[in-house]
Design a protein. Structure first.
Length: 490
């Protein structure tokens, strides 16, 4: 869709709104695309008005919103941005005849509005009604947002100003899944990189631990992800976890999580190593329990191997086990997804995360044009998941959205009472800083007040990460400066 702006330069906000409401469209500038939208903003004194005129597939729509701006300049900027997004939503609703499940909300965190409402004194029911009546969110999604917002506020109260979460990344996988665009390397093709990578990672962990001790920081949640950490051998994992234990004080850590996402990488020996180091939570992520779909997404394991991995995990004595599913995978159907979800519940996982397929630009699904279920079929899958999980004793505890999601839906973490994955809430709701070690790691420094989040990114690829230790030192210096300057004071 061709976009034209007048009176503002909120390119990102408008583009995000376009891609959330019309995910099949991409923003372009110039040319003669018959699908176009003109988005203008005017302001007289404290009153601002936004107007969007849209032409889409032969239909037209117009949206107009106005309000009196108030508060700080940062707050006024957000209010102007919101006017533009609302006007675009209203025009798209007319021109494209859409009724998106999240209404006019376009951001990663659709429950942020509910958190703000609850912070201002609203009840859960009032927050839900706000989402429905002012943001046009459907009742089911409004309920999800209000419930996850309540969990966010509860966990936020348990954090102190110097509390952080720690992430360690292992960017290796047995194979690359068709839906994946993460930076990860096949172990078969990059075996020679693993040992040098681990040596560099251990050095980063050791220096990060010294830094945290100097700054008086307390690790409240640990998460090792990837990639697939359990592509490492038992000996490699033992060595890595030993360095972690020597470098960090985990006395106040409420959870110690390692992803064991690929069932074909899970062995009894590796699980014994994890348990011996205090790991109490793992993820066994099938994404689907349908063999045909597993083949379509490039996985080499079967549904039977998922069952075996879960048996090993249960025998090893992990307190919490998560299983991930993705609604909308190639070759899947609503019936197949229902079988997968029912199987995960029957296997006893106390955390089940239901993702919606996100069409990443670098994924094989996008590059090769693989056939995927329609948005309507994905909607059927999610419509089954919500009541089925609730009736099995699960409740939603974190929620987020991504770009290019099938049907503009959402990802939801569900758990049985008391088994929330703290790291997931901390990172998605930006409740505390996340110190990240490893290739592709993103350290997030969370401070007080609006606009107070800073980021530092490690180099993406294992080879360049290993070859550039000065980049790690630079990022750790930025992290230290943030705390020494008082940026994290609440």
């Amino acid at each position: 869709m061709r976009l034209c702006f007048e009176g503002h330069n909120e390119v990102y906000a408008v583009e995000q709104t376009l891609m959330a409401l019309l995910p099949e469209e991409r923003p372009v500038y110039g040319g003669d695309d018959p699908n176009w939208a003109g988005v203008s903003l005017t302001q007289e004194g404290d009153r601002a008005a936004a107007v969007t005129e849209m032409h889409y597939r032969g239909e037209t729509g117009r949206g107009e919103c106005a309000r009196v701006l108030s508060g700080t300049e940062y707050e006024r900027e957000g209010q102007r941005r919101r006017l533009l997004q609302m006007s675009f939503f209203m025009a798209a609703r007319q021109a494209a005849h859409i009724a998106p499940p999240w209404g006019s909300l376009t951001g990663i965190r659709p429950d942020k509005v509910a958190v703000q409402a609850l912070d201002a004194g609203s009840t859960l029911e009032e927050a839900r009604r706000l989402l429905e009546e002012e943001y046009f969110v459907t009742p089911r999604r409004a309920r999800l947002a209000a419930e996850t917002a309540a969990v966010t506020r509860r966990l936020r109260r348990e954090l102190a100003p110097r509390d952080i979460a720690l992430y360690v990344g292992i960017p290796f996988c047995p194979t690359r899944c068709a839906y994946c665009s993460f930076v990860s390397a096949s172990v078969e093709k990059s075996f020679h990189l693993v040992e040098p990578y681990l040596a560099a990672l251990k050095a980063e962990i050791a220096s990060a631990g010294r830094l945290c001790r100097e700054l008086g920081l307390r690790v409240r949640a640990f998460y090792m992800g990837g990639g697939t950490p359990t592509t490492l051998t038992a000996e490699q994992m033992d060595g890595l976890l030993t360095v972690l234990a020597d470098s960090f004080d985990f006395a106040a850590c409420g959870e110690y999580t390692v992803e064991a996402g690929r069932p074909d990488t899970v062995t009894a020996e590796k699980l014994r190593v994890l348990r011996s180091h205090g790991v109490d939570r793992i993820s066994v992520n099938p994404q689907t329990m349908e063999d045909r779909v597993l083949t379509a997404i490039g996985r080499r394991h079967s549904a039977a191997q998922i069952l075996s991995a879960m048996e090993l995990a249960a025998a090893a004595g992990f307190r919490h086990i998560n299983m991930d599913l993705i609604a909308g995978l190639p070759e899947d159907t609503p019936e197949g997804f229902r079988r997968s979800l029912d199987a995960c519940v029957a296997l006893g996982a106390d955390n089940i995360t239901v993702h919606t397929l996100s069409l990443k630009k670098g994924s094989r699904i996008t590059l090769e044009g693989l056939r995927i279920p329609s948005a309507e079929a994905v909607g059927e899958m999610l419509d089954y998941a919500d009541p089925a999980l609730r009736s099995a004793g699960y409740g939603p505890y974190y929620l987020y959205r991504q770009k290019y999601m099938s049907g503009s839906f959402e990802n939801v973490g569900w758990c049985r009472p008391g088994s929330e994955n703290l790291y997931n809430v901390y990172i998605m709701s930006e409740l505390c800083s996340i110190l990240s070690c490893g290739a592709g790691g993103s350290t997030k420094m969370v401070g007080a007040g609006p606009g107070s989040i800073r980021r530092a990114f490690n180099l993406k690829y294992p080879a360049e990460y290993t070859a550039r230790p000065e980049k790690i030192a630079e990022n750790q210096a930025a992290f230290a400066a943030f705390y020494r300057e008082g940026g994290a004071l609440l």
